[in-house]
Design a protein around this ligand. Structure first.
Ligand SMILES: *Cc1c(COP(=O)(O)O)cnc(C)c1O
Ligand code: SF4
Length: 358
């Protein structure tokens, strides 16, 4: 395109040069960001570009997606596979850690690449797509593993698959008698809502229970297009859940979380998990200490609908599972529980037992 000609058709920005051209980073950031981009994928879709407030240097949308030189610094506690997927992989593309459910990762591409992603060392636009044979082998594993009642499609982002491939996966899973639930985790409804097409909705149609867990971290991600995509998914009979990561500078206040969870509910998305940040390389600028996360949530209890309340979890290293972190309102004393009233912080005494029956 000739210099100075306006680029009328927005595109997904995938490299530092295009970020500079779009005015999202200053030209002097180029050399450092080129080093970041050699290591971690970047992508900012037109839908996300439209949400960024370029006049706000601390914009909570830009912060999630625009790369930063700080990503070049890896702290000693940061791990490339913080949730230890690798040792729990019985066949390529499957992670089986809990008895009754397993992950299927058919691809590693995402619509956007979040700068705090816990799989940032493996996700990217090229690579990770299972071959037909590998995918069939992974689906055979589900068919041969009767204790697994739930297949969780993740990646990468499963809604980046073609409707044809997604339909193939859903029909194979639907044909397995012991699979009751098919769950998908996706950023697409907020980051690339135009992908939620009639064909994609048709691909998700099955008589199994389908849950879609939408990853969103800020109220502004619920654009008009995102809301329309979520409504279409809901009307297709899919139960919508929300998952968020507690992120410094994005949603690290009671007010920001309240707004986020209210936006979810208004789109019929039930907040499911609020994740403590996983310690992936170069993500320390997003960390909110657990004590602060607990205090932020404690201030929200009683203020927002119970429907809006997610479980705050930490995915433990070494594959030990996701542990709920609280906040706790009950503490055990000698012969009673002392329980804090969520509305006013008052203390309530609740005897351990009030009978002698045993
Ligand atoms: C997070 C995760 C799940 C899903 O856990 P839920 O608590 O059911 O949401 C399943 N398998 C693996 C390996 C996971 O990391
Ligand atoms: S969409 Fe999910 S998997 Fe993809 S980069 Fe963001 S956090 Fe990582």
């Amino acid at each position: 395109m000739p210099d100075g000609a306006p680029d009328l058709k927005p595109r997904t920005l995938r490299d530092p040069a295009s970020l500079i051209k779009a005015g999202l980073v200053p030209p002097e950031a180029g050399p450092a960001l080129r080093r970041v981009s050699e290591r971690f994928a970047m992508a900012i879709t037109p839908a996300v570009q439209a949400l960024i407030d370029r006049d706000d240097p601390a914009d909570p949308i830009a912060r999630q997606y625009v790369p930063d030189a700080a990503e070049l610094v890896t702290l000693p506690d940061e791990r490339s596979d913080p949730t230890s997927d690798a040792p729990f992989t019985p066949v390529k593309g499957v992670v089986h850690r809990y008895p009754d459910r397993a992950l299927l990762k058919p691809l590693l591409a995402c619509p956007v690449y979040c700068r705090f992603c816990f799989r940032r060392e493996v996700v990217g636009p090229d690579g990770g797509l299972l071959s037909e044979a590998e995918l069939d082998h992974a689906l055979d594993w589900f068919a041969a593993t009767p204790q697994v009642r739930e297949a969780i499609l993740t990646g990468g982002d499963p809604l980046m698959l073609s409707p044809r491939r997604l339909a193939h996966i859903l029909s194979r899973l639907s044909a397995i008698p012991h699979i009751d639930v098919i769950r998908l985790h996706s950023r697409v409804p907020v980051a690339a809502p135009d992908r939620i097409s009639r064909d994609l909705l048709a691909a998700l149609s099955t008589d199994k229970a389908v849950f879609l867990c939408v990853h969103a971290n800020h109220e502004r991600e619920f654009s008009a297009a995102a809301k329309a995509a979520l409504r279409a998914l809901c009307q297709a009979g899919i139960t919508l859940l929300g998952q968020s990561v507690l992120l410094r500078g994005v949603n690290d206040s009671s007010q920001a979380l309240e707004n986020l969870f209210r936006s979810m509910l208004a789109s019929q998305v039930k907040p499911y998990y609020l994740h403590q940040l996983d310690r992936a390389p170069g993500t320390a600028r997003f960390e909110v200490p657990i004590a602060e996360g607990l205090a932020i949530l404690r201030a929200l209890r009683g203020r927002i609908s119970g429907l809006a309340w997610p479980t705050y979890v930490l995915d433990l290293p070494q594959g030990a599972g996701k542990a709920p972190l609280g906040p706790d309102f009950a503490r055990s004393a000698t012969d009673e529980w002392v329980i804090e009233g969520p509305l006013d912080g008052s203390s309530h005494h609740y005897p351990h037992v009030i009978n002698d029956f045993g």
